[in-house]
Write a protein that binds this ligand. Structure first.
Ligand SMILES: Cc1cc2nc3c(=O)[nH]c(=O)nc-3n(C[C@H](O)[C@H](O)[C@H](O)COP(=O)(O)OP(=O)(O)OC[C@H]3O[C@@H](n4cnc5c(N)ncnc54)[C@H](O)[C@@H]3O)c2cc1C
Length: 381
């Protein structure tokens, strides 16, 4: 074994890359992931456990909660090797826990919340989902109406959420509710950890046009949650939610952004049509730009909730995804096997429509870029 302390930083990163490549070659599942239900949950948790046992989860998370405290560069290298190995998409049921519930707990949670929840997420013992959106309160999140009445040391929750990805298989939810009945808009909200098996919760899955029942409506009928489950302070939930959305719109899609670059290369390798080849060359250039922006952003935002500039990359990624999927369908034709099969380009094409809605619709990302990044005046409301 080589002496790590004698290596230059570049040699150390190279060694890290080779170790990641070797481990993924031996361990990454090559079979398609089941797309819904308990089978999908088992698959995701088993893969997460295997990565944890290999030392590959929570690369940038604090060591005291099971992470490795490595830098964003190592995280990027891992995701590059992960994409090159064709490992399962990270946009699965582990997404919320790993990419925004966990990071929000690290940024805003109490010591007890972090010590209890973070190791469980990393070890692949639990699935998290998000309960922010409501019928009528998606883009306008501050208009949400699900309420939490304080009684002693409990909050009694009543109302409804919608579009909660993987809520049918989740153990916990990041739940945003109104805890001050006299409050308006973004005041008087609380971000609460909600166990999905609490009495009074019912979940109704919703099938997407891509096929699977990927998200769900969640109903709360006098659900009792301990006040200790509030993250970031009672009635201070807007601030905690902004951290969550900062992660969701900022660094959460890092692996997916890197994966898209590899997807473009996959299409180029299969293309023998000169007209389509010219289009794919443009997409390769766009993917290179996405990659450069992604890496710059990840390195600049490694120490806390990411800045609003994340919306620029999130939006570019979402729209580029749709252009890449269009090109894939044009390359293969709609009836090719690799388009029709469950995990093929056809699924990615249909699923890609949601990219400009999830985590904030394209128009909302443009508003954020205009107002918070460019400092343009807010439009009339
Ligand atoms: C795949 C997927 C997964 C999701 N997962 C979750 C989840 O796990 N948890 C969760 O809570 N939510 C989730 N969502 C919901 C998502 O956050 C909302 O769909 C999104 O915020 C848009 O809200 P809405 O659907 O209510 O649309 P609306 O807010 O009704 O918007 C409708 C249209 O009006 C436009 N619009 C609205 N307001 C403005 C404005 N001020 N300026 C310009 N245009 C505007 C929007 O851009 C959009 O085109 C998910 C959505 C998708 C598609």
């Amino acid at each position: 074994m080589s002496d790590v302390s004698a290596q230059t930083p570049v040699e150390q990163l190279d060694a890290f890359r080779h170790e990641a490549r070797r481990w993924l070659a031996a361990n990454a599942p090559q079979e398609p992931a089941p797309s819904e239900g308990l089978e999908a949950r088992d698959f995701v948790l088993r893969w997460q456990q295997r990565q944890h046992d290999g030392g590959w989860t929570g690369l940038t998370w604090p060591k005291r909660y099971g992470g490795r405290e490595l830098s964003a560069i190592e995280q990027i290298i891992w995701f590059e090797e992960y994409a090159a190995a064709g490992a399962p998409s990270t946009h699965d049921a582990s997404f919320v826990g790993m990419n925004h519930a966990g990071p929000t707990l690290i940024a805003c949670g109490t010591e007890a919340q972090k010590a209890f929840h973070l190791p469980k997420i990393l070890r692949g013992e639990v699935i998290w989902c998000q309960g922010f959106s409501e019928p009528g309160s998606g883009s306008d999140l501050a208009s949400l109406r699900t309420s939490g009445r304080i009684e002693g040391d409990e909050i009694i929750v009543s109302g409804q959420k919608i579009w909660c990805s993987y809520a049918d298989m989740a153990d916990y939810q990041e739940l945003l509710i109104r805890t001050d009945p006299a409050s308006k808009r973004h005041h008087g909200l609380s971000w609460v950890i909600c166990p999905m098996d609490a009495p009074g919760i019912s979940v109704r899955p919703i099938r997407t046009m891509a096929g699977p029942k990927k998200f769900a409506e969640v109903f709360y009928d006098d659900v009792r949650l301990p006040l200790n489950n509030v993250v970031g302070g009672l009635n201070n939930g807007w601030s905690t939610a902004m951290s969550t959305l900062g992660f969701e719109r900022g660094t959460a899609s890092l692996a997916l952004q890197i994966r898209l670059v590899y997807k473009v290369e996959e299409l180029i390798a299969r293309c023998d049509d000169p007209v389509l080849a010219a289009r794919l060359a443009d997409l390769r250039a766009e993917a290179a730009a996405l990659r450069a922006m992604t890496y710059r952003f990840a390195l600049a935002n490694e120490d806390g909730p990411p800045s609003s500039e994340g919306s620029m990359i999130r939006l570019y990624f979402a729209e580029l995804t749709q252009r890449v999927m269009d090109a894939a369908i044009d390359l293969y034709g709609v009836s090719a096997g690799c388009v029709l099969k469950d995990h093929g380009w056809g699924f990615d094409y249909l699923d890609g429509f949601s990219e400009t809605i999830a985590g904030g619709a394209a128009e909302i990302q443009r508003n954020i870029i205009g107002e918070r990044v460019l400092g343009l005046p807010r439009g009339a409301r």
